[in-house]
Design a protein around this ligand. Structure first.
Ligand SMILES: [Zn+2]
Length: 202
C-alpha cells in the first residue's frame, strides 16, 4: 500500500529519531494524524516553537533558550568554574542537573569515539574541550561517560590528551545509562557516582 507523500515524509522524519525504527515511526505518524483531539496540530506548534526558541550553547553544547549563548549554566557566577563535567550528549546534562549531584560546568561531546560507526577524534568536540581546559583554568575534568567500549575509549583518549597539563582527570564511579535521554538516573545513585569518582589513568 502506498501512503500519501506528506505522511511518508512525517514517517521518514520520525524514523531518524534515536531508537525509532520504520515500523514504530509509522505507528506514531498514524496515531498523530488519526488523533481527533488535535495532537498533530499541537505537536506541529511545539516543534515550530522549539525550532525557533531553543538552541545549542556554543560553549558547553547543551540546550539553551534562543538568544542566550552561552547558556545560563555556562554564564552563572554561582557554578564552580574549576570543575568541568564531560558528557556525551546534551541530554546527559539534563540528567545530571536533575540529580543535583554536580555544581560545576559542563561539556557535551556530541557523541563518543566509535571506530565502528566512523566517529573519530575530529567528529566529537574534543578540540573545544582542550581549548576550554587551557582557557578557563579548570582544575578537574570529571568524565561522566557510559561504561561501554566506546565510553572507555573516549575516557582514555581524553586522559591522554590532557596528560602533562595541570588538571586532574577523573571518572564517575559508573556510567550514565546509555542514551539517557528519557531515562531517569536516580539522584542518590548519581550523587554517589560523583563522590566515588576515581582518577582516570591509562
Ligand atoms: Zn552552556
Amino acid at each position: 500500500m502506498s501512503i500519501p507523500e506528506p505522511l511518508d515524509r512525517l514517517v521518514r522524519c520520525l524514523a531518524r529519531l534515536p531508537g525509532v525504527g520504520r515500523r514504530s515511526a509509522e505507528r506514531m505518524a498514524l496515531h498523530m494524524v488519526g488523533d481527533r483531539g488535535g495532537l498533530l496540530r499541537e505537536m506541529a506548534e511545539a516543534l515550530k516553537d522549539a525550532a525557533e526558541r531553543v538552541g545549542i550553547c556554543s560553549l558547553c553544547g547543551g540546550v539553551t533558550a534562543a538568544g542566550e549563548d552561552p547558556c545560563r549554566l555556562c554564564s552563572s557566577p554561582t557554578r564552580d568554574g574549576s570543575l568541568l563535567c564531560v558528557v556525551e550528549d546534551a541530554t546527559d546534562i539534563v540528567v545530571v542537573e536533575k540529580s543535583g549531584a554536580f555544581r560545576g560546568r559542563y561539556h557535551a561531546l556530541g557523541g563518543k569515539l566509535s571506530p565502528m560507526q566512523g566517529y573519530g577524534p575530529d567528529d566529537i568536540r574534543l578540540k573545544d574541550l582542550l581549548a576550554r581546559v587551557e582557557r578557563e583554568g579548570i582544575k578537574e575534568v570529571i568524565l561522566a561517560l557510559s561504561t561501554d567500549v566506546e565510553g572507555d575509549a573516549t575516557a582514555g583518549f581524553i586522559a591522554d590528551m590532557l596528560r602533562g597539563r595541570p588538571v586532574r582527570v577523573s571518572r564517575i564511579a559508573f556510567g550514565l545509562p546509555a542514551g539517557s535521554g528519557l531515562v531517569y538516573a536516580d539522584p542518590v545513585t548519581l550523587s554517589r557516582a560523583f563522590k566515588g569518582r576515581t582518577d582516570e589513568t591509562r
